[in-house]
Design a protein around this ligand. Structure first.
Ligand SMILES: [Zn+2]
Length: 112
């Protein structure tokens, strides 16, 4: 289950929220003051923790071998890392795109 961590911009408290589906992300409110003015911190999902380590060790300036892409978990990593370096946070939308790329669903969408 994905657990997202938030910091409330209103009362500055931090809390985590279990997100069962993407639609619930837009309904998240601060547990303390019910504010919707939140900053998403990290998604501490088991898979994403591993990915966090991968991202940290990943150097976008180095060329990648074909073997790199044989590991489907590396697909989208470059794009994510670059976004992070550029300070762009696409949030769950990016995760969704990357997840689709990894599972081959993007191809399914094109074939429809
Ligand atoms: Zn609050």
């Amino acid at each position: 289950m994905p657990i997202y961590e938030y910091r409330c911009n209103q009362c500055e408290k931090e809390f985590s929220e279990l997100i069962l589906n993407q639609r619930e992300i837009n309904k998240v409110r601060c547990k303390y003051c019910l504010s919707r003015n939140l900053t998403k911190l990290v998604s501490s999902f088991r898979v994403h923790q591993t990915e966090g380590a991968r991202l940290a060790n990943f150097d976008t300036s180095k060329p990648r071998s074909n073997d790199f892409y044989k590991d489907s978990r590396n697909i989208g990593l470059w794009a994510k890392k670059r976004m992070k370096e550029l300070g762009v946070d696409l949030g769950p939308k990016m995760d969704e795109i990357v997840e689709k790329g990894r599972t081959g669903k993007i191809l399914d969408d094109y074939n429809k």
